[in-house]
Design a protein around this ligand. Structure first.
Ligand code: PMP
Ligand code: GLU
Length: 400
């Protein structure tokens, strides 16, 4: 009999975390690595948020809190949803957890039974399918390749729905492609779902402020208010406020689900960190004016990456509308051989070649469900971006 539970075999370690760790380990061993794997802002957390966390500790925020978030934080979240997303939610419909990842984990664990299906458009963020599988569910992928601008169509959605469908996952702006669904597109999905009352929508808006070229973000529940009672709107402070280490994510959704998630969380983490909740409160109640500068810097980096890689050395690098990744097609290099004689059979081989032979850390498209491609994060300095592009182009040109 195996000591470890069989369900662990259903999942893999998060590929993006693994790639980040590989890069960090090589850097710690003295290698000159360009780390383009990390999906976290490289800006420091704004000082007023740090100060609020320190003050909260001095004021005694060092104890357990309510299981799914303090009332002041839930009030600030409800106000944020009204202000930034034009959706009205009561504090009782809000849940706070240890990162958006735990919100997703809680939501799937509370709803997915063996054999239940969850529709996941690909490319997708790595954790959705694995959390579904851990719960015995079946991720049902809809391919949204570059030719579709990484977006699914209403017809594809309609075709994917079965009597076993529990959820549709929407992530806009998308990790890894940056694709953003317009109001019209979200309305069309809502129209499809109105015929299928058993399907819920999980919308992950964590990159909502990371949008370029004057585009705007709209959330599903705003466009489809009649479906709000089957929508879980997920967000968090990790990306907007550069607070990945604080681990605070939150959601608004139907009361039955929010209560179930509270029950589950009472038997896992008890509550998100009290100090981090105080910091998140300061973030959501504080100014967002600092973000314009960050956005401008991300945009400069995006434009530079696309200018240096698109159509160069056999790569296709479409311009992302949002988030801080480019999703680069490397199809021209599959089947080629490296100078040391290794054959590149797939995008995982390509990414390992970039890392081992050219010291650039990225993440393989296989992790995101659309291949052959790789993800480059531009949450890193322009200097590193320039160096990484030199190396990537050289790596591609060295293949034969
Ligand atoms: N959703 C997406 C699309 C992400 O990229 C991330 C970042 N890993 C998360 C959710 C989770 O973020 P966190 O747990 O830090 O709130
Ligand atoms: N969202 C980040 C990424 O995609 C963090 C890593 C993770 O949680 O998988 O790289």
């Amino acid at each position: 009999m195996s000591f470890l539970a069989a369900r662990l075999d259903l999942i893999q370690p998060s590929p993006s975390i693994s790639a980040m760790n590989r890069a960090k380990a090589l850097a710690a061993a003295g290698e000159d690595i360009c780390n383009m794997a990390a999906g976290e802002p490289d800006f420091p957390t704004p000082p007023h948020i740090i100060e609020a966390a320190a003050q909260a500790m001095r004021d005694g925020a060092t104890r357990y809190t309510a299981v799914d978030g303090t009332l002041p934080l839930k009030q600030a979240i409800a106000a944020k949803f009204a202000r930034e997303n034009q959706i009205e939610v009561a504090t009782g419909n809000v849940s706070v957890a240890t990162g958006a990842k735990q919100i997703i984990y809680n939501a799937f664990t509370c709803t997915v039974d063996a054999g239940d299906e969850v529709i996941v458009p690909a490319p997708y963020w790595v954790s959705y399918p694995d959390i579904v599988k851990l719960n015995g569910g079946v991720p049902v992928f809809i391919a949204a390749p570059a030719e579709q601008r990484f977006k699914i169509t209403p017809q594809q959605l309609a075709d994917a729905i079965t009597p076993r469908t529990k959820w549709l996952v929407l992530n806009s702006p998308n990790n890894p492609s940056g694709a953003i669904y317009s109001e019209g597109e979200l309305r069309a999905f809502g129209h499809v779902l109105s015929d299928h009352p058993h399907v819920h929508v999980m919308t992950d808006d964590i990159y909502e402020h990371l949008i370029y070229d004057g585009l705007s973000h709209t959330t599903f529940a705003k466009v489809n208010p009649e479906l709000a009672d089957r929508t879980l709107t997920i967000n968090g402070v990790s990306k907007t406020y550069a607070m990945t280490g604080f681990r605070i994510g939150y959601a608004a959704g139907p009361l039955e689900l929010i209560k179930a998630m509270e029950k589950l969380q009472s038997q896992s983490t008890s509550n998100p960190s009290a100090v981090s909740q105080a910091a998140a409160l300061a973030a959501l109640e504080g100014p967002l004016s600092f973000f314009a500068e960050w956005r401008a810097e991300y945009r400069r980096r995006r434009d530079r990456l696309v200018a240096r890689l698109h159509g160069k050395a056999g790569l296709e690098c479409p311009t992302p509308d949002g988030a801080f990744y480019v999703y680069v097609s490397c199809g021209a290099h599959i089947g080629k051989t490296t100078p040391s004689g290794k054959r590149i059979n797939n995008d995982s081989d390509f990414v390992m070649y970039l890392l081992n032979d050219h010291k650039v850390a990225t993440v393989q498209g296989a992790a995101y469900g659309i291949s052959p491609a790789f993800r480059i994060s531009f949450a890193t300095s322009m200097e590193v971006i320039e160096k990484a592009c030199d190396r990537i182009v050289q790596a591609c040109e060295s293949l034969s």
